[in-house]
Design a protein around this ligand. Structure first.
Ligand code: NAD
Ligand code: UDP
Ligand code: UDP
Length: 336
């Protein structure tokens, strides 16, 4: 047919399709701390196309600027409490504020994000047949009565306290994941993440490692919340990302603890930061907030046996890596 129009030039979007990826991966909360490191790792695989969805409540576009304009990368401003219609093969569902000061700021919104947000991502997974991974938390164990915590422990959580929007929100999110799995056959993965630290944490995030490092660099007193004997176990972010990807790619639904079993009191952490960053800095004690868990340490037997995973970076090596990033963002270089 001589009158037929020539085929149109491929649009920039269609041209991009020449990079046709084998796996299209959605990362909710991908502009945040852990999410942006996960995106970096996923983007290293040329077979992956990565779509980030984020409402920028605690995250920032800056964390992803290295990928702007890349044909296998897409960033969408979207709140997961609203339905989302896209086509993907895998969903890493991280969207949720993680620092107590931010999740307590608007607790009702935190619950909606955990419950309605997770419901929407499960509805999406069901519609398109995607596998979905939820980043749950060690907070599901509450103020634990067994130590260290393994995945069979049901937890000791206050249902009506100021932390409940987060703790109970994540517990319901886990329940939803298992109900979609049992009722609709959705492929699920649940990671119970323990305290994670590293570059790109919000400087004013309020979490203990970022607080102490920023304080040490600014030569302000390190604020140990009372009693100071409470413990946490800190995992460097590259180890965390490695664990999450192994969980997604493996056969086990979880829940699986992902964290570093090295356990420190907050006073010990302050001493470590002081020694590594600023030996002259003062350490002071300040009031704590309600329901602060007294001890926390993951039992990672399951991660070791099921995922062949264990952390490789110890706290004394991770803190200086984070210090470099904080110094460059604060514009304060090391003393000569
Ligand atoms: P983060 O606050 O840096 O990242 C969360 C991201 O989610 C941010 O970019 C934020 O803007 C986005 N977000 C929040 N609410 C949203 C909504 N309604 N719609 C769309 N986007 C939304 O926190 P993080 O430390 O990177 O944590 C990531 C995940 O890991 C969270 O699910 C958190 O609960 C979990 N987790 C983190 C830790 C930790 O120590 N960092 C520990 C346990 C669990
Ligand atoms: N949903 C979504 N994207 C989709 C499919 C569903 O955001 O691609 C949302 C949908 O709006 C609903 C939720 O996920 O609020 C649960 O969906 P499901 O189909 O499981 O339940 P139903 O719509 O029947 O309540
Ligand atoms: N904490 C502290 N000083 C600070 C911030 C936090 O001593 O400036 C303590 C806090 O009381 C808790 C621990 O550090 O016992 C971990 O708090 P974070 O908010 O980092 O995480 P959580 O594990 O409570 O979610």
């Amino acid at each position: 047919n001589a009158s037929a129009k020539p085929p149109p030039e491929p649009s920039p979007l269609r041209k991009a399709k020449f990079f046709q990826a084998n796996m299209r991966i959605l990362v909710t909360g991908g502009a945040g701390f852990i999410g942006s490191h996960l995106v970096d790792r996923l983007m290293q695989n040329e077979k992956n196309e990565v779509i980030v969805v984020d409402n920028y409540f605690t995250g920032s576009k800056d964390n992803l600027k290295q990928w702007f304009g890349h044909p296998r990368f897409e960033l969408i401003r979207h709140d997961v409490t609203e339905p989302l219609l896209i086509e993907v093969d895998q969903i890493y569902h991280l969207a949720c504020p993680a620092s107590p000061i931010f999740y307590k700021y608007n607790p009702v919104k935190t619950i909606k994000t955990n419950v309605i947000g997770t419901l929407n991502m499960l509805g999406l997974a069901k519609r398109v047949g995607a596998r979905i991974l939820l980043t749950s938390t060690s907070e599901v164990y509450g103020d634990p009565l067994i130590h260290p915590q393994d995945e069979s422990y049901w937890g000791n959580v206050n249902p009506i306290g100021v932390r409940s929007c987060y703790d109970e929100g994540k517990r319901v999110a886990e329940t939803l994941m298992f109900d979609y799995h049992r009722q609709h056959g959705i492929e699920i993965r649940i990671a119970r993440i323990f305290n994670t630290y590293g570059p790109r944490m919000n400087i004013d995030d309020g979490r203990v490692v970022s607080n102490f490092i920023a304080q040490a660099i600014r030569n302000e007193p390190l604020t140990v919340q009372l009693p100071g004997t409470q413990t946490r176990s800190f995992c460097y972010v590259s180890d965390m990302v490695d664990g999450l990807i192994r969980l997604m790619e493996g056969d086990n639904t979880g829940p699986i603890n992902i964290g570093n079993p090295g356990e420190f009191t907050m006073l010990e952490l302050a001493e470590n930061v002081k020694e590594l960053i600023n030996p002259d800095v003062q350490i002071i004690t300040v009031e704590n907030t309600p329901d602060d868990p007294r001890q926390r340490k993951p039992d990672i037997t399951k991660a070791k046996s099921v995922l062949g995973w264990e952390p490789t970076i110890k706290l004394s090596d991770g803190i200086p890596l984070m210090e470099d990033d904080f110094r460059s963002r604060l514009g304060i270089s090391r003393k000569k």
